[in-house]
Ligand binder design. Structure first.
Ligand code: G5P
Ligand code: MG
Length: 223
């Protein structure tokens, strides 16, 4: 679909709900630029930047990064891609972050992946990630062509330090306490669209159909 105006979208859902997986499909089908807060943080940790070194223990313990640090980081990055449509993944994660985003940009739509916690726990222990690109694999769901190596670059895959079962529990708690209120925030603005299920392949056709309708209506309003 050719977009006539800049479209700004957010994808939400608990840790491991498939935000990264669905974002890759949205990027491919609709051309929105994918900006993942987690990928940006992990790139900083990997490059041993000052921010990365400061934030690593927070992430490894399954806690959220302070709002002011996170909002500054993401809003700075958004400024560099202002001319194109984007899809934010992992931000905003608190009401304060949602308000900071709102001060600068109007979000057109929020896709909420509602996946049961029990399903998530099973997935995260078998996730493998290509850190430089953020591409994710799963030994059951979408294994790499060669075990332990990224399909596109052949570089090694790693398991995230925060995918340990006890850390996953803490991340799910943080989600319930700090992120679920953001769903209410967007629901009250009339932009929240929730997709419920346990399998990405079954959820995806609904997300795709919804985005086709949504983006067509945005295009029509512009025309
Ligand atoms: P992240 O990086 O934003 P989370 O916890 O929100 O991390 P995560 O873990 O990246 O989310 P996801 O992107 O929702 O999960 O899911 P995914 O990677 O696509 O899929 C999970 C696994 O399931 C993969 O292996 C995938 O292949 C597989 N899978 C997908 N679909 C299916 C399926 O249908 N079946 C099966 N069997 N498998 C499937 O944030 C990390 C940390 O950074 C900090 C926090 O400390 C956070 O904990 N942080 C922030 N802190 C404050 N504010 C913010 N805005 C922050 N953003 C990040
Ligand atoms: Mg992710």
């Amino acid at each position: 679909m050719v977009l006539q105006r800049v479209v700004r979208a957010v994808i939400m859902g608990p840790p491991g709900s498939g935000k990264g997986t669905v974002s890759a499909r949205i990027t491919k089908s609709f051309g929105l630029k994918h900006l993942s807060s987690g990928d940006i943080l992990r790139a900083n940790i990997n490059a041993k930047t000052e921010l990365g070194l400061l934030m690593k223990s927070c992430i490894d313990q399954g806690q959220l990064i302070p709002d002011d640090v996170m909002s500054r980081l993401i809003l700075n990055d958004l400024r560099t891609i202002e001319q194109s449509g984007w899809l934010l993944d992992g931000f905003p994660r608190t009401v304060s972050q949602a308000e900071a985003l709102d001060d600068v940009y109007t979000v057109d739509t929020v896709i909420n992946l509602n996946v049961p916690f029990q399903t998530i726990r099973q997935r995260l222990t078998s996730r493998w990630t290509h850190l430089p690109s953020g591409r994710v694999y799963n030994t059951d769901f979408n294994p790499p062509k060669v075990t332990g190596l990224d399909d596109e670059t052949g570089e090694p895959l790693v398991q995230r330090d925060d995918d340990k079962p006890e850390t996953v529990t803490r991340r799910l708690k943080a989600y319930e306490n700090q992120t679920e209120p953001v769903l209410e925030y967007y629901r009250s603005k009339g932009v929240l669209e929730t997709f419920t299920g346990t399998e990405t392949n079954k959820i995806w056709p609904h997300v795709e159909a919804f985005l086709h309708r949504k983006l067509s209506s945005i295009n029509q309003k512009v025309a």
